[in-house]
Design a protein around this ligand. Structure first.
Ligand code: SF4
Length: 362
């Protein structure tokens, strides 16, 4: 296994406040996280007498929002969170290491799905949660049983409600999961999946991953990333991290999201794909997921509350409305815009990254 010399991580979050519930402090993984937090020099750690988190009701103002974003809570999730749900189109099952993220993407995907103040909750029951995954192997219908992706085995997505690498220096949770997937005796083929806008991969390179974790990097045109992806690692650093994990033998992926038809988008995205092609070996196991920008009435309201001065386009007039099964509304780009984007990306990927498999376009 070869590894690349890595520059230091560009972003390491230090929470201003940590809350630890009693149940979380009793769990072995919770104790390991506590030790890491202390070693990282985080001093404002409150060990709570019970399992309720106090004082987290945001009062709707900016200071409350920022305070919540700077808070990490170590908690044991309710049992319902450990009954795994399918998560199309990424994976058979959603497997959460945490919920929440310290970064400030003005289009954040979490805006429409999380309720309450945006603190980052790290789940302290990781050891039991990993042991519980055996029951899901061989089940699942999102990627299992499909012609295109059935060979991946039963898939577990760890990035639905967080960015695991944003927290890794404080938790070690992704490394724990990667090692478990790589060394546990499973009853059938499995794959752990994670995607990130961070670059702190040094601790992952030497792990016995067994090729069972696909690490994807969320990439965008520099113009989009610079303007809208606050407190994340810069795109070139993410591409460096992608190259490093590919060299360490991990299956890898690009999450191109959210794709936006900004001025000069062909040039901007073309440059991005050129930069990726320049560092990926011709025989890399690489997948691509393409997700165009969309918003819902709820996510728009939350994002405008979080980032009132954003210049992110969220204009219903410029969008087509898509309705879900239960009446939910999503605002997506109009059909012609979508077709133009999709045609360009499919051709550009085939030309620049012929070794890549496009998993889906949405
Ligand atoms: Fe949201 Fe992902 Fe950005 Fe974190 S990195 S703020 S989860 S979009």
């Amino acid at each position: 296994m070869t590894t690349l010399e890595l520059p230091s991580p560009t972003r390491l979050w230090t929470p201003s406040r940590v809350l630890v519930t009693r149940s979380a402090a009793e769990r072995p993984y919770g104790q390991r996280v506590l030790a890491r937090l202390e070693a990282a020099g985080v001093d404002a750690i409150d060990l709570l007498p019970g399992d309720r988190l106090p004082g987290l009701r945001g009062n709707g103002d900016r200071a409350a929002f920022m305070a919540a974003k700077q808070t990490l809570a170590l908690v044991v999730p309710p049992p319902s969170a450990r009954r795994l749900q399918p998560i199309a189109p990424s994976a058979d099952w959603r497997f959460d290491l945490a919920q929440g993220c310290p970064a400030h993407c003005q289009y954040c995907y979490l805006a429409g799905s999380l309720s309450g103040p945006p603190i980052t909750r790290v789940y302290a029951d990781l050891d039991e949660a990993l042991a519980g995954l055996d029951a899901y192997v061989g089940r699942g219908t999102v990627t299992s049983g499909t012609a295109a992706r059935g060979a991946e085995g039963t898939t577990f997505e760890a990035s639905c409600y967080t960015d695991p690498l944003a927290l890794e220096h404080l938790t070690g949770g992704l490394a724990t999961a990667i090692e478990h997937f790589g060394s546990h005796e499973w009853s059938g083929p499995v794959q752990l999946r994670a995607t990130t806008k961070f670059d702190d991969v040094a601790g992952l390179l030497g792990l016995p991953h067994g090729g069972r974790t696909r690490l994807r990097f969320s990439l965008n045109a520099t113009s989009v990333a610079r303007r809208f992806e606050g407190a994340t690692s810069p795109v070139p650093a993410r591409i460096g991290a992608l190259a490093a994990v590919a060299a360490a033998g991990y299956p890898v992926g690009l999450t191109l999201a959210p794709i936006m038809p900004v001025d000069g988008w062909r040039e901007h995205y073309g440059r991005l794909l050129d930069d990726v092609a320049a560092v990926l070996p011709a025989d890399a196991d690489v997948t691509v997921e393409c997700i165009t920008h969309r918003f819902t009435p709820g996510s728009k309201e939350t994002l405008l509350d979080w980032y009132p001065r954003t210049r992110l386009e969220m204009d219903e007039e410029q969008r087509t409305t898509k309705r879900g099964k239960f009446g939910s509304v999503k605002h997506v780009y109009p059909r012609e815009t979508m077709a133009g984007l999709r045609g360009w990306f499919e051709a550009a990927l085939a030309e620049r990254l012929p070794q890549a498999r496009l998993l889906y376009w949405t």
